[in-house]
Design a binder for this molecule. Structure first.
Ligand SMILES: Nc1ncnc2c1ncn2[C@@H]1O[C@H](COP(=O)(O)OP(=O)(O)O)[C@@H](O)[C@H]1O
Ligand SMILES: [Mg+2]
Length: 290
């Protein structure tokens, strides 16, 4: 079943002058149609200002459509009586883990969400344990969050969202403030949740390497969805990606340059391993005189 369904969704930001009159209007999300199925791992890519965060805020009903509709687990975000259900279905993880962690001890922090939801105490602790184990932070349950690394903090923030049992998690550039190790930890964790807990994931990022294992990649530019497909489909369109000011994974770029130089390699190579294997194949072919 579709968990997120947007139809011609648009968002306008209004700039007001000193007297409160509308000075200018800028369209940040422009007639977006989006379908995310339950259990899917969808990555959203796009240059700064392409409308990714604005779209994410709609899914959590932080912003409401200027035009069009958005259904989250069947609930229209414009229906105020459904706000609670929508926020329960779709949990958000933001860029800066420091702004998301409020507890002074890891397990307390993770328990805040379910506590606010009125979950019975005993169940809160069951959820805290399960969530911390799911993100690999159970050993740190009695630690102070401010002593953790960025990647660890972000995993605690993710556990806090998971403890509220959302069907879908939207992560808005969750690795932007992390070092490469922290980034890997977080992406691995999110994939783990998607596989083992069947949580639907919407990962917003501008790191190409992080979207390689997604089920679907969506590229946004100037508020519109401009490309959509499997990572392999999207990354085989190197020139188009470059036109949207996106970097392509290193291996994809090298393969693309080699292709341009006349070396016969398949389209959409995503990793170093795939590139090496394709070059081996190519060499075998050369030896056999093909
Ligand atoms: N609160 C705001 N008020 C006015 N304009 C905004 C606001 N937030 C974002 N914008 C504008 O909307 C566009 C999309 O921004 P955003 O959704 O943050 O993009 P992204 O997350 O892809 O960087 C940009 O042009 C940005 O300047
Ligand atoms: Mg953003």
């Amino acid at each position: 079943m579709g968990i997120i369904k947007a139809r011609k969704l648009a968002h306008d930001y209004f700039k007001l002058d000193d007297e409160g009159r509308v000075e200018s209007v800028s369209r940040a999300v422009d007639h977006v149609d989006l379908d995310v199925q339950e259990g899917e791992f969808v990555a959203i890519l796009g240059h700064n200002g392409s409308g990714k965060s604005t779209l994410a805020k709609h899914i959590n009903a932080i912003l409401l459509p200027s035009e069009g509709t958005l259904l989250v687990d069947g609930n229209d975000t414009k229906d105020e009586s459904k706000l609670w259900d929508i926020r329960q279905s779709a949990g958000m993880v933001f860029q800066n883990p420091d702004n998301q962690i409020i507890g002074t001890i890891v397990d307390e922090d993770v328990g805040f969400g379910p506590e606010n939801m009125g979950v019975p105490t005993e169940e809160i602790w069951q959820r805290v344990e399960k969530s911390l184990k799911a993100v690999g932070m159970w050993e740190y349950r009695s630690h102070s969050p401010n002593k953790l690394s960025g990647g660890q903090k972000q995993r605690v923030a993710i556990a806090g969202v998971v403890a509220m049992r959302p069907k879908c998690i939207i992560l808005d550039e969750p690795t932007a403030m992390l070092d490469p190790n922290g980034r890997k930890e977080v992406i691995r964790t999110v994939h783990g949740l998607n596989k083992s807990e069947h949580v639907t994931v919407l990962l917003i990022t501008h790191y190409m390497e992080e979207v390689i294992d997604a089920d679907k990649v969506i590229v946004m530019d100037q508020g519109k969805i401009v490309m959509q497909g499997t990572p392999r489909e999207v990354f085989s369109r190197v020139e188009e990606l470059k036109s949207y000011r996106l970097d392509v994974p290193q291996a994809t770029l090298v393969a693309h340059e080699l292709q341009k130089a006349g070396i016969d390699l398949p389209d959409g190579i995503l990793s170093n391993e795939e590139l090496v294997a394709a070059l081996e194949e190519y060499r075998k072919g050369q030896r056999n005189g093909n």
